[in-house]
Write a new protein. Structure first.
Length: 482
């Protein structure tokens, strides 16, 4: 079964087909670093992490770019209120963000471009839009994008073109749907900006928010790429404006698939500091919850459904993880003593034929659920069906050591995507297994130079080969990332 995803652009489920398989470009709208990210933000980042892991499970090579918005209206206001330079103000929140990503076991993206480090790319993109007639100068020296010049404007948000206000200008970075108007690409310097300004062919100023993502995504992923994600609040105006300015500049389709996750509410209400239900990750950690409990709670509901975040849900996540931990411990106690290392390889079609049907069937159900637009609710149901049946067989005395080990294999395979069970031995990627196998064959033919070279390749990617009498085992070294 192929991966199907819901494309916001077409409003339908579509089979995922990369532009040039197996490479996949994934752009995710990252944080605006003017404060600590809240749990609603992390709901989106965990959904994007799940997408990334699912793509990799399917054999795709993912290049992910997550931007850091470190210059916009909010960051400038925050730095001025704090009485510090913009870079010093945003640095603390960048560092906190990466710490939070590690706490939630969110895999690192390949690139984290900061807006302030890509001003030159933004200026070049704006110059191209001016040259093509899609942008114009305003009286104050700012530059705006003319939505009337880009005929498909409104295609992502499904706006009524008759209601567009071409010629009316919106200077602020964020605005409401009823204000579909020309938007700022470059903002001429004003006294309120303080020291925040860059030189351009049009005078001192700074970029608008929307141009930042277009410039950075195309720098790292090209003029056209596969996937762009974010929260539903990004659909308009931000993503709509990204499409307009990118496609106007290049004449090419910008993004093939747009994915958006629904809002997070707390106890059924919109999260707001004034309502006393606003939580950062740090708030929850201080209350005694762990990163993996929060991760589980945030991924347990399908990404396109509103997630009602409650402390009861966190308690349920704690209980579910305890059940998984207990099951893994039972399977480890029941497994053969030698079961470790190389045996933990992905449950692919070849390996499934060697596994008991009851284990393979649950792994297949888990994979099918993910392939159905990342349906985590069904995926978790498949996981706990495996736990239920394994416990039932163990209680009946019908679980052999080999079957227990197969169940552990399945848990490890599943946790490559969920990453909520730190006690489960991580699976070596197939490339590592292949290198270790090639080294074993080199040793058998006494080509020790080749064996040493292959061993060093494995170690460079964070794995250690442990030789046995006839075979080998693989363990994580913890010294490098794969």
């Amino acid at each position: 079964m192929a991966l199907s995803i819901y494309n916001t652009l077409t409003r339908r489920l579509e089979e995922f087909a990369p532009i040039q398989a197996p490479q996949v470009g994934l752009y995710t709208c990252g944080p605006t670093v003017y404060d600590f990210a809240h749990i609603g933000n992390f709901r989106a980042y965990i959904f994007e992490d799940l997408l990334r892991r699912t793509l990799r499970l399917q054999g795709f090579r993912v290049t992910q770019v997550m931007n850091l918005t470190d210059v916009d209206d909010k960051t400038i206001r925050g730095s001025q209120a704090a009485g510090v330079q913009l870079d010093d103000f945003t640095r603390q929140y960048k560092e906190a963000f990466f710490e939070d990503l590690r706490t939630l076991a969110i895999e690192p993206a390949e690139h984290y471009p900061a807006a302030t480090a890509h001003i030159a790319e933004m200026i070049a993109l704006i110059a191209k839009l001016l040259a093509k007639g899609y942008a114009y100068h305003s009286e104050d020296g700012s530059i705006y994008f003319s939505i009337a010049k880009f005929k498909p404007y409104g295609q992502l948000a499904h706006l009524d073109r008759d209601g567009l206000r071409s010629g009316a200008r919106i200077a602020q970075d964020e605005y409401q749907k009823e204000n579909a108007s020309d938007f700022a690409l470059w903002k001429a310097w004003q006294a309120a900006d303080g020291a925040t300004a860059w030189e351009s062919p049009w005078g001192r100023g700074r970029p608008g928010w929307h141009i930042e993502c277009s410039a950075m995504s195309m720098k790292y992923l090209g003029k056209s790429f596969e996937l762009h994600t974010g929260g539903v609040d990004n659909i308009f105006p931000h993503h709509e404006n990204e499409i307009a300015q990118s496609e106007a500049a290049t004449g090419k389709p910008f993004v093939k698939y747009w994915l958006h996750c629904a809002h997070l509410v707390v106890d059924g209400r919109k999260m707001a500091k004034s309502a006393g239900n606003f939580f950062t990750l740090r708030d929850l950690l201080q209350r005694g919850y762990t990163g993996r409990e929060i991760r589980y709670a945030l991924l347990s509901v399908h990404y396109r459904q509103v997630l009602n975040f409650t402390f009861e849900a966190l308690a349920a996540a704690r209980g579910a993880l305890k059940r998984l931990d207990e099951f893994a411990e039972k399977m480890q106690n029941q497994s053969p003593p030698a079961a470790a290392g190389r045996e933990f390889q992905p449950v692919n079609a070849e390996l499934q034929s060697k596994i008991e049907n009851w284990v393979a069937g649950h792994v297949a159900a888990f994979t099918r659920a993910l392939e159905d637009d990342l349906n985590t609710s069904l995926a978790l149901a498949a996981l706990f069906d495996l736990v239920y049946e394994g416990n039932k067989r163990l209680a009946a005395g019908a679980l052999t050591p080999a079957q227990a080990h197969q169940a552990l294999q399945a848990l490890a395979q599943i946790d490559r995507v969920l990453d909520v069970q730190p006690g489960i031995t991580p699976l070596p990627p197939q490339t590592i297994i292949d290198l270790a196998q090639a080294r074993l064959e080199a040793r058998r033919r006494k080509d020790f130079a080749a064996a040493d070279r292959l061993r060093r390749q494995v170690e460079a990617q964070g794995w250690i080969i442990q030789d046995t009498a006839e075979d080998f085992k693989l363990k994580r070294s913890g010294a490098a990332s794969s």
